[in-house]
Design a protein around this ligand. Structure first.
Ligand code: MN
Length: 206
C-alpha cells in the first residue's frame, strides 16, 4: 500500500455502542438509537474523515482535532464534526440501562457540596437542558473542585471551556423527537431519572 493510500485511511472510527440498541427502551427506543447512532453519529464520523483527508488533521486524535479547530472561522466544519463525534461517544457512555438512582458515595458528596442535594443538581441540570435554545447539550462538569451544570449550543463542548465533562444529555431534537416529539422536558427527566450513568461520572473524576 502506498503512503498516500495509508494517509487517506480514516483516522477516526465510529466507536461501538456500550449496550445493545434496544437496551435503553422504552426511555430511548431502538428506533431512535438506530437513527441517532447509526445515521447521525456515523455521519459525523464519515464527514470528519472526508474533511480531514489529506490535511494536517488527517492523523490527529479527535481531541487534538477539536483543540486545533475550536474558534477558528475557517475550520468550523471540521470542528463541528469532530466535536459531535466526541460529544456523541460521551453521551452514549453517559447513559446505561437501569441508570439513574443515587450516585456513588464520592460523587454524591461532591454533588451535595456543590448543589446541596442530588435532587437540586438534577433540577438545575434539567432546567439547563430546557433553557438551551435550539440544538445543544446539557452537561455536568468538574470546574476546579466544584461540580457545575453547563449548557452548550450545537457542537460546542465544555472541553473548550477548561472544565472536565462528567456527563452529558443530548438535547438536539434528533435525540428525542421520534420518541417524545416536542416534549423535551419529558425526555430529559426520563433520562436523568432512569438512564443517567452516575458511575461513568465517578470514573471521569479521576
Ligand atoms: Mn445527537
Amino acid at each position: 500500500m502506498s503512503k498516500n493510500a495509508i494517509k487517506t485511511l480514516s483516522p477516526v472510527s465510529l466507536p461501538s455502542l456500550p449496550y445493545a440498541d434496544n437496551a435503553l427502551d422504552p426511555i430511548i427506543s431502538a428506533n431512535t438509537i438506530g437513527f441517532h447512532y447509526g445515521k447521525h453519529h456515523k455521519g459525523y464520523v464519515d464527514n470528519l474523515n472526508k474533511l480531514t483527508a489529506e490535511t494536517e488533521f488527517a492523523e490527529m486524535t479527535l481531541e487534538k482535532i477539536i483543540a486545533g479547530t475550536v474558534g477558528k472561522a475557517d475550520k468550523t466544519a471540521i470542528f463541528n464534526n469532530a466535536a459531535q463525534v466526541w460529544n456523541h461517544t460521551f453521551y452514549w457512555h453517559s447513559l446505561r440501562p437501569k441508570g439513574g438512582g443515587q450516585p456513588p458515595d464520592v460523587l454524591k458528596k461532591m454533588i451535595e457540596t456543590s448543589f446541596g442535594t442530588v435532587d437540586a443538581c438534577r433540577k438545575e441540570w434539567a432546567a439547563a437542558a430546557m433553557a438551551q435554545f435550539g440544538s445543544g447539550w446539557a452537561w455536568l462538569v468538574l470546574d476546579g473542585d466544584k461540580l457545575k451544570v453547563v449548557k452548550t449550543g450545537n457542537a460546542d463542548s465544555p472541553l473548550s471551556l477548561g472544565v472536565k465533562p462528567l456527563l452529558t444529555v443530548d438535547v438536539w431534537e434528533h435525540a428525542y423527537y421520534l420518541d417524545y416529539q416536542n416534549r423535551r422536558a419529558e425526555y430529559v427527566n426520563a433520562v436523568l431519572d432512569k438512564l443517567i450513568n452516575w458511575s461513568f461520572a465517578a470514573e471521569n473524576l479521576v
